[in-house]
Design a binder for this molecule. Structure first.
Ligand SMILES: *Cc1c(COP(=O)(O)O)cnc(C)c1O
Length: 349
């Protein structure tokens, strides 16, 4: 077995959903965001585990992703599509009973003309300038849209991971103004918003990254564990160099382990000479450049030759690794490669 082992702890995933669910009031529904293949964890197993623990509404980015979730879950759970009703999506939305979040007048028109009476939600732009209707556009179509009974009316916060950022309150006020008198369920908060005061919670919350063990949910249980097999070890003499570009040079006798995995597996090249693997409790630095399929690690200080080294483990979270790569945990998760064998620790109860 020469590809890395990616262990997804479904029990930790379920426990994160429960913990986030408990942070909101009893009348607030906790949905689950499973876009991007369940943040890289494998959407089929992830969606089933979350449904088992109580999630009844799932969010994805595109209708194609919604198809994968419907296949995993069967009829029943609501599958909401952030990108809305795009040209060419009509059959899929109809056949798989997806709920598009309509983002514009043209999407509203397309949906009401092609699938009258079928489920939809509305997405409003309250200040992020990314997706959804702005106040003037919303004002023009509001009465028609509301007369067709949307399943929810939602917006998204730009700075929820910075609790003191003034954009949070501004977006909250805009959302309140734009949804005054709306009787459909309202949804504003993702993981970051759940950690803000309860006035941000409304009727439905939409956690994503926190379910998978990522910040800003500091109390999350880690979900993803990654170990890479050691293919070969060698002893370098002083002056020997390692990897492409000879960017690392031994200043003494050094033992190098070459592990199977590289930037094609989502282990960013920015981690060259700049990350740790772990052998149990012992950190082992990456030396030389990360290449496509291989990484070289200094194991001089180990008293044995390891069969594998850990990259995501109890000593190193997705956010620790993200910090070293100058990115965020979301990007580490969604870059997890497709060469890994994904193994799923089962739900205990
Ligand atoms: C991705 C996304 C979420 C989930 O966000 P997290 O920060 O991962 O919890 C919720 N709502 C929208 C609109 C999103 O795009």
């Amino acid at each position: 077995m020469s590809t890395g082992k990616l262990k997804i702890d479904l029990n930790a995933l379920a426990s994160n959903w429960r913990t986030l669910d408990a942070l909101t009031g009893p009348t607030v529904e906790t949905a689950a965001v499973v876009k991007a293949d369940g943040y890289g964890c494998g959407v089929s197993r992830v969606a089933k585990a979350l449904a088992q623990v109580g999630a009844r509404r799932f969010f994805v980015a595109t209708a194609e992703e919604g198809a994968g979730v419907r296949q995993a879950l069967g009829p029943g759970p609501e599958i909401c599509v952030f990108s809305g009703h795009m040209a060419g999506d009509t059959d899929m939305i109809h056949d798989l009973q997806l709920t598009p979040m309509l983002n514009s007048l043209s999407q509203i028109t397309r949906h009401f003309e092609s699938l009258p009476g079928s489920h939809f939600g509305i997405q409003l732009d309250t200040g992020m300038s990314r997706l959804g209707m702005e106040p003037t556009e919303w004002h023009a179509v509001r009465d028609i849209a509301l007369s067709q009974s949307p399943r929810l009316v939602m917006s998204h916060l730009a700075c929820a991971d910075e609790p003191d950022h003034s954009a949070n309150d501004a977006q909250l006020q805009n959302f309140r103004n734009m949804t005054q008198g709306v009787s459909a369920p309202l949804s504003l908060s993702a993981t970051g918003g759940i950690l803000l005061p309860s006035e941000y919670h409304f009727d439905i919350v939409r956690p994503g990254v926190g379910l998978y063990g990522g910040l800003p949910f500091e109390d999350a249980s880690p979900v993803v564990h990654l170990s890479l097999p050691v293919i070969q070890t060698r002893t370098l003499e002083e002056g020997d160099t390692v990897g492409y570009g000879c960017t690392w040079q031994a200043d003494k006798q050094t033992v190098v382990a070459t592990v199977s995995g590289g930037y094609a597996d989502g282990i960013f090249r920015a981690l060259s000479n700049n990350a740790m693997f772990w052998f149990g409790n012992i950190p082992c630095p990456v030396i030389g450049r990360v290449s496509m399929d291989l990484i070289t690690v200094d194991i001089t200080h180990l008293d044995q030759s390891p069969e594998q080294l850990d990259l995501l483990c109890e000593h190193q979270t997705v956010d620790d690794l993200a910090l070293a790569a100058d990115t965020i945990g979301y990007e580490i998760l969604t870059s997890l490669g497709h060469r890994y064998t994904r193994r799923y620790g089962e739900i205990l109860s």
